[in-house]
Write a protein that binds this ligand. Structure first.
Ligand SMILES: Cc1cc2nc3c(=O)[nH]c(=O)nc-3n(C[C@H](O)[C@H](O)[C@H](O)COP(=O)(O)OP(=O)(O)OC[C@H]3O[C@@H](n4cnc5c(N)ncnc54)[C@H](O)[C@@H]3O)c2cc1C
Length: 375
């Protein structure tokens, strides 16, 4: 019998287990595959903190106003990322270069003006850049760019190593991290809950659902529902090239995230749709690949000669509001969600910290309202 069972060994589950174990709780993490096998190990590693240009362009101001409560959440997560690895002696390759949304049309520029006004009103230190600012501070971007929105908090970390490193840190603090165990049933018992896997049953007073794309299915094991869905998207990486890209870049009106890693490789993504194959697994879509590369080269012409070494597809956890879903499931005392959609890599440190506190009946160490994130 543990204090807490965490279902899912992605970055949400590992981070929750880490903070629980560092508080001295007796925690067991159950993962069906290995740590970080799904989205947490296949993502682009961008650390996002600004209102994302894609939903802003699609859904507009009313959506953005509802998203504002998430800005201090992501800002706190950025601050935590800076210290996170050093707390447990791992280099998570965190860099904070700032993120820049590139505008190429008058409409883009008006969108960025509205976005920056809204963000600054909510306390985020974002800046509107003119064409001249862009030439001076990001001279490597295309001459077609006429301005942009800059958020100094943003950057990147290494998704290939981060999740397993956090999981190992949780283990070093005493967490039982059990992989190769698929949760198939959850039932209430007098002392809490019994979680049944394909390799045995485990009991705990409380349970955290950190099952990523499968969080809705896992909630369903206790009769709950969750508006998280799974969408296949894809990413590409180039061979290492000389340093050229100095920021996390986005486009104001087309799907793009673009950045250069410490090793010189360029990661090209932005949420271009992938396909689902006959075995229900995500598969790269050729059309999306070509479009993604077209948008990337239009933003930074200097990368046109860099060779792509790998393109891959994975499923992202999405919802309509883009707000985190964090807290106790209504009507199911003792069963908690840790589900940060779309940007769950960015939000993992603070989401793990908040959920670990809530599970222990403690006030989370935040100075903003988390009630909009309630399941
Ligand atoms: C291609 C791509 C690019 C992305 N880029 C970024 C980015 O740059 N920045 C960013 O912030 N976010 C990005 N994301 C989103 C981010 O990766 C996710 O939001 C985040 O990883 C979610 O973490 P998680 O731990 O909640 O879920 P997951 O990583 O999906 O982990 C959930 C875990 O639960 C396990 N599990 C599920 N069901 C069960 C069960 N029944 N029993 C046991 N285990 C179970 C799964 O095997 C899995 O390991 C991207 C996503 C994708 C797909």
């Amino acid at each position: 019998m543990s204090d807490v069972i965490v279902i899912g060994g992605g970055i949400a589950g590992c981070s929750t287990a880490y903070f629980l174990a560092s508080d001295g709780a007796d925690v067991t993490l159950l993962e069906q595959f290995e740590l970080g096998t799904l989205a947490s190990g296949a993502n682009a590693g961008s650390l996002h903190a600004q209102i994302q240009p894609e939903p802003f362009a699609d859904y507009g101001m009313s959506w953005a106003r509802r998203f504002l409560p998430a800005l201090p959440f992501f800002a706190q997560s950025m601050a935590m990322w800076r210290e996170f690895g050093s707390e447990f002696g791992a280099d998570l390759e965190v860099s904070q270069t700032g993120g820049l949304v590139l505008a190429t049309t008058g409409r883009d520029m008006r969108l960025m003006e509205d976005k920056v006004r809204l963000e600054r009103g909510a306390g985020l230190d974002s800046e509107l850049w003119s064409a001249e600012d862009v030439r001076r501070r990001a001279p490597y971007v295309s001459r077609r760019v006429i301005g942009g929105a800059y958020c100094p908090l943003e950057g990147q970390a290494n998704p290939l190593t981060a999740t397993a490193a956090i999981g190992r840190a949780a283990q070093a603090l005493g967490a039982a991290v059990l992989t190769g165990r698929r949760v198939v049933a959850i039932r209430r018992i007098r002392t809490g809950m019994e979680v049944t896997t394909d390799r045995g049953s485990y009991r705990a007073a409380r349970v955290v659902n950190a099952a990523g794309n499968d969080a809705a299915r896992v909630a369903g094991l206790l009769g709950g529902r969750l508006g998280i869905r799974s969408l296949p998207i894809q990413l590409s990486v180039t061979e290492p090239v000389a340093p050229v890209i100095g920021h996390l870049l986005y486009s104001a009106s087309e799907l793009l995230t673009l950045k250069q890693t410490r090793k010189g490789t360029v990661l090209i993504g932005g949420g271009w749709p992938a396909e689902i194959d006959g075995r229900r697994r995500p598969r790269v879509a050729g059309g999306s690949l070509l479009n993604n590369l077209r948008v990337a080269v239009a933003a930074v012409p200097a990368i046109a000669s860099a060779r792509i070494v790998r393109t891959w597809a994975a499923e992202v956890n999405g919802n309509d509001s883009w707000l985190p879903v964090i807290g106790e499931m209504p009507g199911a005392g003792g069963f908690y969600f840790n589900c940060v959609p779309w940007m769950g890599f960015s939000g993992a440190p603070v989401a793990g910290r908040i959920v670990a506190s809530l599970v222990q009946g403690r006030e989370p160490p935040v100075d903003y309202d988390i009630s909009p994130f309630r399941p």
